[in-house]
Design a protein around this ligand. Structure first.
Ligand SMILES: [Zn+2]
Length: 287
């Protein structure tokens, strides 16, 4: 369902402009989070104090070189102004992804009737972007990141009333319990075969699906897991063909699944079960 048809055209342009601005600025802040939260020195992990510096030459980054996407692509062309060393493509990528996520929310969430739900969904996507990139770098999902999603779930329960409390609890358990069981069983097999001690599905991924389920409910978390597992399987096969390491972070794929599962999970699951309602299809496959 696309909701912007309910707005008249000028309101639609204003809404997209304002939300684009927020999407890019918050995306820029997410870069700071992804970079600083992974620094070795705890004193430098602060997200608020001091301005940004080039990680290579230490030069202060001026405000005009810090405009999301635009500075990197047009003004700097991917190079630091003072030392000319390349600046990671990740900075405009994260800003662009956050912008895109907010555009998806504005287009596919009923913002007019559920404004709080829309804001919480947008913030959820921002947290998922940070989780995805930090997990990609370090293979870790930190408790603080998961706590942010719990806070969003509590705010959603208090103010948006899209799900009941039992629906949230079932949503939390629907994927995390099977993930935990698969993790434990795979751990036994991996230990037997290789002597190494790790799970097929890590606890961080399991907890991510637990807290996300509290926020988005059963149908959406199931659709998210399906999209996440399927996309990870596709990349896993591609990596195998290319002869790359088969162990990679699952978090980015789950985050990808969670974005689309949150937006379209209800439709995906309803569509899936509707397949079994057609008598001819039913007769064909169920005997
Ligand atoms: Zn520099």
């Amino acid at each position: 369902m696309i909701y912007f048809r309910f707005l008249d055209i000028p309101a639609y342009i204003i809404a997209y402009t304002i939300i684009s601005f927020f999407g890019l600025c918050i995306g820029s802040f997410l870069n700071v989070c992804i970079y600083r939260l992974q620094l070795e020195d705890p004193a430098e992990r602060s997200l608020v104090k001091k301005s940004s510096h080039c990680p290579k030459c230490g030069a202060k980054i001026h405000w005009y070189d810090n405009i999301p996407v635009f500075s990197w692509t047009v003004l700097l062309r991917g190079k630091c102004r003072s030392c000319k060393e390349p600046i990671s493509k990740r900075y405009p990528l994260v800003e662009g992804l956050n912008w895109f996520a907010y555009m998806l929310v504005l287009t596919f969430v009923d913002v007019q009737n559920y404004p709080v739900h829309a804001i919480l969904t947008a913030l959820f996507f921002s947290v998922l972007i940070v989780i995805a990139f930090i997990d990609y770098d370090s293979m870790e999902i930190y408790p603080g990141q998961l706590l942010l999603i719990v806070i969003l779930a509590v705010l959603s329960a208090l103010f948006s009333h899209t799900l009941t409390i039992p629906q949230r609890i079932i949503g939390g358990l629907a994927i995390s319990v099977p993930f935990f069981i698969i993790g434990e069983v795979s751990r036994i097999f991996i230990r037997k075969n290789t002597g190494e001690d790790f799970r097929g599905i890590e606890l961080g991924d399991t907890f991510l699906m637990l807290v996300s389920g509290l926020l988005i409910g059963t149908k959406c978390i199931c659709a998210s897991a399906l999209i996440g597992i399927f996309s990870a399987a596709v990349i896993g096969v591609i990596n195998k063909i290319r002869g790359k390491d088969s162990k990679f972070a699952f978090g980015p794929f789950l985050a990808f699944g969670l974005v689309f599962g949150t937006l379209f999970g209800n439709q995906i699951i309803d569509w899936y079960f509707s397949l079994f309602e057609y008598p001819d299809v039913y007769a064909m496959i169920v005997r």
